[in-house]
Design a protein around this ligand. Sequence first.
Ligand SMILES: *Cc1c(COP(=O)(O)O)cnc(C)c1O
Length: 361
Amino acid sequence: MSSYERSNIRAMRGYTWGEQPEDPRTIKLNTNENPYPASPAVAAALGALSVEQLRRYPPPLADGFREVAARVHGLPADWFMATNGGDELLRLLITTFLEPGQPLATTAPSYSLYPVLAAVQNCPTLDIPLEDAFELPETFAEQANAAAAGLTCIVNPHAPTGRLFSVAQIDTLANRLDGLLLVDEAYVDFVDPEHAHSTLPLLERHDNLVLLRTLSKGYALAGLRFGYGIAQPSLLEPMITKTRDSYNVDLISQKLAAAALADQDWAQDNWRKVRAERARLANALRRLGCEVPESHSNFLFARMPGHVDAAATKQALQAASILVRHFATRGLSDRLRISIGTPAENDTLLQQLEQLLATDG
Ligand SMILES: *Cc1c(COP(=O)(O)O)cnc(C)c1O
C-alpha cells in the first residue's frame, strides 16, 4: 500500500472479479458470458484488419459503430456513445455527473462494481433494498431523492436476481427522480421478445435517462471490451467532449463491435438458444428442489434446498471444474447464480448437482 494515495482510495476496497481460469475444459458458469460464439462476421472483420491500419489513431467517436447502432436501434447516431466496455460508461457517468460526496443510489442487491466506482469519486452508495420477490419498493425514487442522489443505477433485467422491471416502472422512476437514471441493460438481449420490452422510446421523453448496453453478454464478446450508452445528445455531450479518454475505444474493437451488432440474425439466434436452455435448466433445478425465480437474463438465481449449504455446493462444483457464483451477502447466501451454458455444460452441472444435493445433509 502506498502512502501517496488519496485518503478515500486508501480507505476503499477494490472490485472482486469472478474467477477467469485459463483451462478451456472448465465449465464456466460464473460470469454470465455467452455460451455460443460471436457472429462469423466478427471473425471476417478481424481477418480484414491489417497492422498497418493501427499506425494511425482510430476514429475518435467510433462513427462507423454509431451508424450501425443508429440503424439497429432506430435512433440518430449522436444518441450513442461507444465505451471501453459498459464499465467505462459507468465510470464516466460517476465522474461526470456526481459531485464528490454526493450519493449514488441503487438497489440491494445490485452490480457490485457501482459502489467501487462511486468510492473512487469519494461518493457513498445508498443501497435501497428490494422487497419480497425482488420487487422495487414503491418509495424507491423518494428514498433516492431524500438522500439527494445525483445518479441512480438500476440493472434491468436485474442482476443478480434475473427479475425484469417493466417499461412503465422505468418511466415512472425517470419522472420521479431528481437526478440521473442509468438503466443498466447489460442483459436486456435475453428478455423474451414476447414481453415487447423496450426502453428506447422513453429516451425522447426523459433528459435524465441513460441506457447502458454491452457487447460482452448478448454478442459473446466479453474479451473485446466494448459497450455503449444511449441517451439524448445533450446528456452524452460532456462525457464525449470532456471526461472520456480522447481515443477511448480502439480501432479493432470498433470494427468488431460494428460487425457483431450488424448481424442481428446471428445474435438473436443465440439469444433464442439461451432462452430455451434457461427454461430447461430452471425446470431441472426445480425438480432437484431448488427455488428458481423467473429469469429474464442469461443466468438463474437458484435457492438451494433447505438442507444444502450453497457456499459448500459452490466449492464442490469447483472441485468438479464447474464454476458458479456465490454471494456471501445476508439474505442471498443460500443461493447460487448460475450462468446458462451450452446444453452439454448444463447437463454436466445438473448431474453434479443431483449427486451433491442427494448426499448433502
Ligand atoms: C456485464 C455487465 C456490465 C458491463 O460489462 P462490460 O463487460 O464492461 O461491458 C454492466 N453491468 C452489469 C450488471 C453487468 O453484468
